[in-house]
Design a protein around this ligand. Structure first.
Ligand SMILES: CC(C)(COP(=O)(O)OP(=O)(O)OC[C@H]1O[C@@H](n2cnc3c(N)ncnc32)[C@H](O)[C@@H]1OP(=O)(O)O)[C@@H](O)C(=O)NCCC(=O)NCCS
Length: 342
């Protein structure tokens, strides 16, 4: 029953340490049940992310559900921007001890007015772990699966490092940088970044960024402002002097054991030469020297993107789980939840 449930907005800029601790407790309890095998998200990391959301999230709003003084649920919506400003990216988590009492639905209902105010057309959830309560809940509420995402993880200590000894294909050479693309290659780097558009997005409403030089500079600045260290390895086509492919990985000094593998793409004209594997292998060798405290790297890839998943496997990544992205029009969610169930 949702009797006694009080749902209120949570403002990280005004929150106390104790407020974050109770949010963290819900996240951890959910993680144990829904995402076993992943190291727990440290409290300090949760606080930092809530106070300063990751680049690409847009503005983020949070809600807490309390009952009898206990925090029993947590919800967040990322109001994605630019190409994706019609999407409200939503995550609802209920403490496992309080599930099947209508709290998840009540949390979703509570955040709908803000989605409407922020002019969102669709509600998407990307963090639904396949086969868990989250998937059954989403289906029961009329969400449809639009994309399956494979989450892979690389544990450096477990990998045979010989798999990172990869020759550079003839006709190419590698270039790497931290933080800011050299002026001499930034034009063709922006073009190469556009190759990510060939990566499948299923039926999600999400759109990849339209890359341009100003966009590259803007995104680099956002990562810097967040304290993230962005490393990029590109394969340069020697004949034309242009970027044929690249890989991008971020680390953060507050969590030196973790890396976030971001985009990797090769322009269509240069595919099939092994460049994806080559730039990723070089990135790993660079990280070994540059980030000795690094232990794990996480990445997510569309499940149908067999090439990228295979390259990752060759680098030593193992599949951790499948996530199902689900979607529903905001109007449909509003109609479905118009009448309280209990
Ligand atoms: C998904 C989640 C938020 C649901 O919270 P909840 O409070 O247990 O859900 P509700 O009580 O509101 O469930 C509403 C309906 O969803 C369906 N449902 C929810 N959990 C279910 C389960 N484990 N098995 C089958 N149906 C389920 C049922 O139809 C349920 O209605 P009923 O209990 O009257 O049969 C919770 O399981 C959770 O935190 N999971 C981890 C995070 C996640 O996956 N979030 C969803 C994506 S944003």
């Amino acid at each position: 029953m949702t009797t006694g449930l009080v749902i209120e907005r949570f403002d990280p800029s005004l929150a106390t340490e104790a407020d974050f601790v109770v949010c963290h407790r819900v996240m951890l309890a959910s993680q144990v049940v829904d995402r076993p095998g992943e190291p727990p998200l440290p409290l300090a990391e949760l606080v930092a992310r809530m106070k300063r959301p990751m680049p690409g999230s847009g503005a983020v709003a949070y809600w807490l559900g309390r009952r009898g003084g206990e925090v029993v649920a947590f919800a967040q919506v990322c109001f994605l921007d630019e190409e994706n400003s019609d999407i409200g990216l939503t995550d609802v988590r209920v403490h496992p001890a309080y599930r099947r009492q209508g709290i998840g639905v009540a949390m979703l209902r509570a955040l709908l007015p803000e989605l409407r105010i922020q002019a969102r057309r669709v509600v998407e959830c990307w963090e639904v772990v396949a086969g868990t309560a989250g998937q059954r809940w989403a289906e029961a509420l009329g969400f449809r699966p639009v994309r399956v995402i494979t989450r892979q993880v690389l544990v450096i200590a477990d990998v045979d490092r010989r798999s990172w000894e990869v020759d550079v294909p003839a006709g190419y050479r590698l270039l790497r940088w931290r933080g800011s693309a050299p002026d001499g290659v930034v034009d063709s780097y922006a073009v190469a970044r556009g190759a990510i558009h060939d990566a499948p997005l299923g039926e999600s409403g999400y759109r990849w960024p339209e890359w341009s030089v100003p966009r590259v500079r803007e995104k680099e600045a956002e990562l810097r402002a967040q304290g993230l260290v962005q490393r990029v390895v590109v394969a340069l086509h020697e004949l034309s002097g242009t970027v044929a492919g690249f890989t991008e990985l971020c680390t953060h000094p507050r969590r030196p054991d973790w890396g976030y593998q971001r985009d990797t793409a090769v322009l269509a004209a240069h595919r099939g030469a092994g460049l994806g594997r080559c730039v990723k292998a070089h990135m790993m060798r660079w990280l070994l020297v540059d980030c000795p405290a690094l232990e794990r790297i996480g990445t997510t890839t569309g499940a149908e993107n067999a090439h990228m998943i295979r390259v990752n496997r060759e680098m030593g990544y193992t599949a951790l789980r499948s996530l199902v992205a689900v979607q529903q029009e905001l109007t449909a969610v509003e109609n479905r939840l118009a009448t309280p169930r209990r």
